[in-house]
Design a protein around this ligand. Sequence first.
Ligand code: MF3
Ligand code: CO
Ligand code: CO
Length: 260
Amino acid sequence: MAIDIKGPAELEKMLDSCIMAAACLRMAGTHVRPGVTTGYLDKLCHEYILDHGGIPAPLNYHGFPRSICTSIDDVVCHGIPDDKRALREGEIVNVDVTTILHGYHGDTSATYAVGEVLPDARLVTETARECLALGIATVSPKSRIRDIGAAIEDHAHSKDCSVVRDYCGHGIGREFHTEPQVPHYRFQGRNPRLRAGMTFTIEPMINLGTWKVDLQSDGWTVLTRDRRLSAQFEHTLLVTPDGHDVLTDPAKIAGSKWDV
Ligand code: MF3
Ligand code: CO
Ligand code: CO
């Protein structure tokens, strides 16, 4: 299975979707505070995306019931927004936004502190943020998929954190999840070279304790097995001839049509 290479016309559409996703995430982040429900964050994002001509990709994706994922504390990923679940001071919450615009996906997430948080919560959040940045820094046509996870794993371990193995980054474009699979740890096996025009996400899930996870009976919510904290950041990337472009970089919002 070859990894798709995108041309300029496709990339223009995809970039628009990615900047929309970044703008939606930034908007949602400004609403994170104690007392706000995850269901309200979902409603804000749902309306934002529809108002701007897009489609929230998670909604009905393999039966997912809402438009974004909201993952609090020991929830690793795929938390389901809930109109009865208010955020509480001291929690951390990952908000994961995926848009479809002009037929192309944009996928980005960030972990936010709810009010003041304890040092452990800050550590896992900052480590996850740094892991994403270090993974991104490896990306160029001179590198391979494994270089990404190697950089992430080394940094996570240096902070006594672990890297989730059951969920990976992914190729993205007209499809939500496609080739290549992007592990956030050193793996054995097929290790494709990166080529200009490839688009994929990097989205490390970093845990304070064990990397092992449990799937809840709702079929979606993924928890750390030891119920300690987990944090995640995600960007959608393009491999360019001399490196990479972070398509969901919030710095791209300023001066774009999404800057409102
Ligand atoms: N946005 C998630 C990702 O980064 C996927 C969510 S799929 C859903 O790949 F169905 F859970 F929404
Ligand atoms: Co993703
Ligand atoms: Co995502």
